[in-house]
Every structure is written in C-alpha cells, then in structure tokens.
Design a protein around this ligand. Structure first.
Ligand code: ATP
Length: 236
C-alpha cells in the first residue's frame, strides 16, 4: 500500500491578537505518523486540526516545519507532483464541481487521459453508471441532490485514478441512505483512503484511527480503542 509520511510536522499561522498583534498559533504541532494502511480515519473535536492535516497532503496547507511525503514524493518540495497522487473530496461537493453537469465534470477530469470526445463522454457515462448515478448525467449540478453531488464529486476525483483518496467529512451532508452508499463505495476502493470525520461509524470502518486533539496526535491505533479514547476526551 502507498504510504503517507508525516515527520515532525507543525503548521503555525499568524494569529493577531488585540494585545500584541503579532502572536502565532500552532494548528498542528510535531505530528509524526507513517500511514500505510488501506483505510485511515482522523477524528477529533471541531478546530482540532483534522482538515489542516488532510490539506497538507496535496499542498493546500503548508508545513511550517517537518516533512510530508505521499508515495515517496516530498509535498513541500513538489506539491504539483503530490497532487497527481492525491485525490481530494471536500465536504461540500459544490465547491469542487466546476462544470454545469455531472457528465461534463467527469469529461473534464478525463480530458488528459482520453483525447477523443466521443470516447471521453462514453467513459464519463460509464463511471457515473458505476456509482449508480447515470440518470443525473445531464442535469444541472445545482438540481441534483447533495448525496448525488457527493457521488459525482467522488467519481470525478477517482476518474484520474489517484493513488490516495482524501476525504474531508464526506458524510456530513448525506442522509442515511447516501451515507451507507458512500461507506460501501469506500470499502470497495483499491486506493488508500484517508478521511477526517465526525461520523464515528465511518471511523470504525477504518483499519487505523488517529485522534487529533489541539493539533497533536492524542491517540493512534485500533478504531474501537480510538473511538473509546475520543469519547473519553469529549466527556461523552
Ligand atoms: N490558514 C489559517 N489561518 C488561521 N487559522 C487557521 C487557518 N487554517 C485553520 N485555522 C484554524 O486552525 C484550527 C484548526 O482548523 P481545522 O479546519 O484544521 O480543524 P478541524 O479539526 O478540521 O475542524 P472541524 O471539525 O470544525 O472541521 C481552527 O481553529 C481554524 O480556525
């Protein structure tokens, strides 16, 4: 399995305050982990640093110190190469569906791989059919449901066959049926999957779970133990 290496990673940002106007805030502090399991979940309180950790993998966030590596590529040195390895699915799929219809969005993803327009369209429809959403191919992305949009975003990201799939709170906007669909899809993927979630059932599907607390890894291990630890941390 592809590996993700976080080696002493800190992310520090300027956090101006009324008193000194120049203080800084550590969003992540000295985070180290080598992740080579197929399914890794990251859980933690709001604002603990989960999204920032995920965004380090494709260079959307930059490490202030330490090293981030995906599939042997140093993200800090070559974020462009890292982005070819990492597919990113955001909580709100509308933030990443850039074309008017699902079919066109997939065709855009496929443009470098399939030059012929007819072939590209056929492949786009095939990929939508694989996700059981072929019926929305030519609808406006604004007219389809949030669950359908999430599946379109996933299909578009997977169309370029990334080695690693990163998802930031992918079930937040989904009803129970779409959430189950997404869980099944994730379980069947060949890619390494790293996701941040508040959905503890989704975390329990993982092979390994990191609990982030105030920018540090507070627990790293088996899902059931990690969820129990997190519940304790939350006083729940
Ligand atoms: N570029 C930035 N500049 C300043 N503060 C930031 C920046 N990025 C993130 N933060 C802050 O860092 C903290 C961690 O944010 P992050 O989005 O990583 O948390 P999270 O664990 O994903 O939270 P949630 O569960 O609410 O989505 C938050 O307090 C956030 O406001």
């Amino acid at each position: 399995m592809v590996s993700i290496v976080l080696d002493g990673v800190s992310v520090v940002v300027a956090a101006p305050t009324a008193s000194d106007g120049r203080s800084v805030k550590a969003i992540l502090s000295e985070v180290s982990a080598t992740l080579d399991e197929r399914r890794v979940a990251v859980i933690g309180a709001n604002g603990s640093g989960k999204s920032t950790l995920l965004r380090l993998l494709n260079g959307l966030a930059a490490a202030t110190s330490g090293r981030v590596e995906v599939d042997g590529i140093d993200v800090g040195k070559d974020p462009r190469a890292a982005r070819t390895k990492v597919g990113f699915v955001f909580t709100d799929p509308l933030s990443q569906l850039v074309m008017p219809t699902p079919a066109e969005d997939l065709e855009l993803s496929l443009r470098r791989r399939i030059r012929d327009r007819g072939e590209r369209r056929a492949r786009a429809l095939e990929l939508l059919a694989e996700r059981e959403i072929a019926h929305v191919a030519d609808s406006s992305v604004y007219d389809i449901s949030g669950g359908e949009r999430q599946l379109v975003a996933l299909a578009s990201v997977l169309a370029v066959e990334p080695a690693i799939l990163v998802l930031d709170e992918p079930t937040t906007l989904l009803d129970l049926r779409h959430r189950e669909r997404l869980r099944q899809v994730l379980a069947g993927l060949q890619q390494q999957v790293l996701l941040a979630t508040h959905d503890l059932d989704l975390a329990l599907d993982a092979d390994r779970v990191l609990v982030i607390d105030e920018g540090r890894i507070a627990f790293d291990g088996q899902p059931a133990a990690a969820v129990a630890f997190y519940r304790g941390l939350m006083g729940a």
